[in-house]
Design a protein around this ligand. Structure first.
Ligand SMILES: Cc1cc2nc3c(=O)[nH]c(=O)nc-3n(C[C@H](O)[C@H](O)[C@H](O)COP(=O)(O)O)c2cc1C
Length: 179
């Protein structure tokens, strides 16, 4: 049976390139990985006063991560940094102390941006946070994509054959990384 991967997208934008990338990855890998996007829209800002009795959206998000064999973070870069929406989700998943959903979980990161460095800074900020939380993070291949609407075809797939081969390689590596 295909291994389950919870996908966290760091953009709430309707036409998000990162959401498109996540959906394209789910389709590309569907024969050997079961990738599901985890809704982050209803997640409030983290408040430690609420961590012992979190809102339902947080419980749903935590369950998606806990039940998955691995977690894939697909993130934009905002002002040379990690989007708050993703850091917020990571913080909710890490609490209460001793009940983190990240510890020991296999993980990987990816991202797409029209900018020249393709989310490298955002991912470079995210990765040490995930490592500190005890995730088993895949190192290679790195997925720093410079691209916009033209990266995708009209059906939402990845338009270029070479890019599809690269992303399929990334997914196969991640499937192996899940063990
Ligand atoms: C607040 C803000 C800051 C941004 N900063 C960066 C940046 O530092 N580097 C970058 O490559 N793109 C930056 N961008 C452009 C985003 O890469 C672009 O809006 C992208 O489409 C966002 O990802 P999404 O399509 O998944 O929503 C920024 C966009 C916004 C809204």
């Amino acid at each position: 049976m295909a291994r389950k991967v919870a996908v966290f997208v760091g953009s709430l934008r309707k036409d998000s390139f990162n959401r498109k990338l996540a959906l394209a990855l789910a389709d590309l890998g569907k024969d050997f990985l079961d990738l599901s996007l985890t809704p982050l829209e209803g997640i409030p800002l983290f408040n430690q006063d609420l961590e012992s009795d979190p809102p339902q959206a947080v419980l749903d998000m935590r369950r998606a991560a806990a039940e998955a064999d691995g977690v894939l973070f697909v993130t934009p870069e905002y002002n040379r940094g990690l989007p708050a929406v993703l850091k917020n989700a990571v913080d909710w998943g890490s609490r209460p102390a001793g009940q983190s959903v990240w510890a020991g979980k296999a993980g990987a990161t990816a991202g797409i941006s029209p900018g020249a460095i393709g989310t490298a800074v955002a991912q470079s900020q995210l990765r040490p946070i995930l490592v500190m939380l005890g995730m088993r993070l895949m190192g290679q291949p790195e997925v720093y994509i410079t691209g916009g609407p033209g990266y995708f075809d009209l059906a939402g797939g990845v338009a270029d054959g070479g890019n599809r081969v690269f992303l399929l390689g990334f997914l196969r590596n991640f499937a192996a990384w899940l063990g």
